[in-house]
Design a protein around this ligand. Structure first.
Ligand SMILES: [Zn+2]
Length: 183
């Protein structure tokens, strides 16, 4: 799997959708066997897009693909450790909660503290179609929940109070307008 990252430099990236965008609020559909070729072509492009952003997680809807596909790489000790998750499902979660600062490639420059279950167990298919299960805590637990939320049309700001969410969305809209205007 380590060999994936260097080769990605030659792969085209995909534009990342910025909130608010209708696709980011839409539930993605499960990957079926007919989607195999689409997903095989999509995953390397998602990793290339994520590494170049740079980010640690990217979900299908963020690149305009309403499929239940996630790319994650926390780059432990600065080494690539790509995880492809197809049709991921949270099958267990701790009662204990954890709060950490989250950001999102679809809300560039915006960060907020989000509270979620501290530990999760996730079942998914990997890029070869093999069934896998992972127990995660810490950053990976938060990242998995954040990305699986994307597949259900949920953004990290949806976990905040309406006041805080509106503040962030207004700030993002303003910055995006300035960015476009400055071109
Ligand atoms: Zn995100």
């Amino acid at each position: 799997m380590d060999a994936v990252a260097p080769a990605l430099e030659t792969i085209d990236t995909i534009p990342i959708l910025i909130a608010p965008h209708a696709m980011l609020k839409t539930r993605a559909r499960p990957v079926q066997s007919v989607d195999q070729d689409t997903v095989r072509a999509l995953l390397p492009r998602m990793f290339a897009t994520m590494y170049r952003a740079p980010g640690i997680g990217l979900a299908g809807p963020q690149v305009g693909q309403l499929l239940r596909v996630i790319a994650i790489d926390l780059m432990p000790d600065n080494h690539p450790n790509p995880m492809s998750l197809i049709n991921p499902e949270i099958v267990a979660q701790s009662e204990e909660l954890a709060t950490r600062e989250e950001g999102c490639l679809s809300l560039p420059g915006m960060y907020a503290e989000v509270t979620r279950p501290a530990r999760v167990k996730v079942r998914y298919l990997d890029q070869t179609g093999a069934r896998r299960e992972i127990q995660a805590d810490g950053l990976l637990a938060a990242c998995l929940q954040h990305e699986i939320d994307h597949l259900d049309g949920i953004l990290f700001v949806d976990h905040l109070s309406p006041l805080k969410r509106n503040m962030i969305m207004r700030k993002l809209a303003k910055e995006q307008r300035q960015k476009v205007g400055g071109r």
